[in-house]
Design a protein around this ligand. Structure first.
Ligand SMILES: Cc1cc2nc3c(=O)[nH]c(=O)nc-3n(C[C@H](O)[C@H](O)[C@H](O)COP(=O)(O)OP(=O)(O)OC[C@H]3O[C@@H](n4cnc5c(N)ncnc54)[C@H](O)[C@@H]3O)c2cc1C
Length: 523
């Protein structure tokens, strides 16, 4: 078989570019002379967007696989541990008498709904006395309440008592990955602006030109567009059709600000907080030395000045006029193809869905892993992989849009036109509408998720549905789900395990400080 697909060029050195470079260089053995050669070109003039600070647990596995020390990563990227997200004021209009929030924890650990779902049994419990769904079925919600870390300092790198991901400084993370890629994984780095993407007579990319005097031409066999919003290949060269989703997800602007802690004693949350507003929501992420806070909103329903004031009010006494609030325009949607000819787009260039569930970095990682696993060394095999990749990632984008929309469209909030329109049937994708209609009569099961690669699984749906107060017909459930004793035993075990963990686990800040001081044992 021919081996004519031997050199990859990545354009762009943001989170998408360097994460893809690391995963591909490791998997395709770029350090060896028989491996696939990997070059990354990054503009010295265009800064990275630098805002993605929340991640998913898959990043732990990725960092371990590419040979990163977790201790170094935590020390160098201002990292804290993340165990989930808390959604405040999403289910109904907030009043001081009726505050409401729920967690979407990162895992159930104690049981998996795929094997035995507790949801039908929770639905049968007395509404007035039962625990909220998140606290009833998982230990992690109560740990988040207490700001506890997911592990102890004596545990080795990457191992966990509770599933965890990270909050990180996006700029430092890109620099950290860059060093690792160049020093340890054999990635060649070129600092230059790509000025033109040059096609051959079959419209495959032959090379790109740059403004560098030393390297004016960069040739490769395969090209990855990680150039962010610009989409140098996917948009500017191939002009691939765009799937607009602004009729489903309304937010089009983000305001982002970095808020230093006023003193060193401040506790650091072990989860992301997403607080709903009348025309959007505010994120709040606690890093080691500061918070990252931002307001994502729709300019159709509010003004930037009002959104900014809401952000300032939210930050409260930690706000000062010295802080710089950045405005970022959001272009929601994705390209109808990601892989075209001998190129593929990963990152913002491929598409964007708002960061309510911090799913973007997970999708970059998943894309790079799929390309690494299927990378054809023989160019003749490319069309098959192209078709698989496009099918796969279109499904992932569609399901991401549906899951984000779920947070809005089952809300009881009707206090602004934004919420009224978000709950309007016309704005809900058909697949989600069908699922919601069915889930009114019976709770979701694993059979509703027929694609193993859906980014949001059964447990994620259960947390959001029942955290938001979605109503499934309990009488219908009672006739069907009868293993009540087994379910009760599990509820009891989870409650006991939560008590035990609350007793044993350190506070988030204590663990982070100990990692800085001593580090974890290396695996
Ligand atoms: C407000 C906001 C919050 C977000 N929060 C999260 C979150 O919590 N979790 C999450 O997973 N995701 C989040 N995201 C999404 C995502 O993580 C980021 O948008 C992401 O980091 C974008 O990375 P990127 O590498 O695609 O693009 P960028 O960071 O924009 O990088 C683009 C790169 O291309 C280079 N480039 C551009 N033009 C050229 C050229 N001509 N020649 C050479 N190089 C060029 C640039 O120099 C840069 O290196 C968020 C997004 C936004 C907008």
């Amino acid at each position: 078989m021919a081996q004519d697909n031997n050199h990859i060029l990545i354009i762009g050195g943001g989170t998408a570019g360097w994460l893809s470079a690391a995963i591909l260089a490791k998997s395709l053995n770029s350090q060896s002379k028989d491996g696939v050669k990997l070059t990354l070109v990054e503009s010295p003039d265009v800064p990275i967007i630098g805002v993605g600070e929340g991640t998913w647990p898959n990043l732990r596995g990725t960092l371990q696989r590419i040979g990163v020390s977790e201790t170094d990563f935590i020390r160098e990227c201002d990292v804290t541990f993340k165990q989930g997200a808390e959604f405040v004021n999403w289910s109904h209009t907030p009043t001081p008498q009726q505050p409401h929030s729920y967690y979407h924890p990162l895992s159930t650990v104690n049981h998996s709904s795929y094997n035995f779902s507790l949801a039908p049994y929770w639905l049968q419990q007395d509404v007035a006395t039962r625990l909220p769904y998140d606290r009833a079925v998982a230990t992690q919600a109560r740990l988040c309440d207490h700001g506890l870390a997911p592990k102890q300092i004596v545990m080795p790198e990457y191992s966990a008592v509770q599933e965890y991901a990270y909050h990180l400084n996006a700029n430092k993370f890109a620099d950290f990955l860059k060093r690792h890629c160049i020093e340890k994984l054999g990635v060649n780095f070129v600092s230059a602006n790509v000025t033109e993407v040059v096609l051959d007579h079959d419209e495959f990319i032959s090379h790109v030109t740059t403004d560098s005097a030393e390297q004016p031409h960069l040739e490769a066999d395969f090209f990855i567009d990680c150039s962010g919003n610009r989409g140098l290949i996917i948009k500017q060269t191939y002009n691939i059709d765009w799937q607009d989703i602004s009729d489903v997800i309304f937010n089009d602007t983000a305001l982002a600000v970095q808020v230093p802690y006023p003193n060193d004693d401040r506790e650091i949350k072990t989860h992301t907080i997403a607080t709903a507003q009348d025309a959007g929501w505010i994120w709040d992420i606690g890093l080691r030395n500061r918070r990252g806070v931002g307001h994502v909103f729709s300019s159709k329903y509010t003004t930037e000045a009002k959104a900014k004031q809401q952000l300032i009010d939210y930050i409260g006494t930690d706000y000062s006029d010295d802080l710089m609030i950045r405005t970022i325009k959001l272009n929601h949607g994705y390209h109808k193809k990601f892989w075209h000819k001998n190129s593929v787009a990963i990152g913002m260039s491929a598409g964007f869905v708002e960061p309510l569930e911090a799913s973007a970095i997970f999708l970059f990682d998943a894309a790079a892993n799929m390309i690494a696993a299927q990378f054809p060394r023989d160019k003749a095999q490319m069309p098959y992989v192209e078709q698989k990749f496009n099918q796969h990632f279109t499904m992932r984008m569609e399901r991401t849009v549906e899951f984000i929309k779920l947070h809005y469209c089952i809300s009881q909030r009707r206090d602004s036109q934004y919420w009224i329109d978000n709950c309007d049937d016309k704005s809900i994708p058909d697949n989600l509408k069908q699922r919601l209609s069915y889930w009114k009569s019976l709770p979701p099961t694993k059979y509703d998720f027929d694609n193993a690669w859906e980014p949001f699984n059964l447990d994620s749906y259960l947390y959001v549905l029942y955290g938001m107060g979605f109503e499934t017909d309990a009488a219908n459930v009672a006739t069907k789900y009868t293993e009540k004793d087994a379910a009760q035993a599990m509820f009891n075990d989870i409650n006991k395990a939560s008590d035990l963990l609350i007793d044993k686990l350190p506070k988030q800040k204590e663990l982070v400080d100990k990692v800085l001081q001593y580090g974890f044992a290396k695996v």
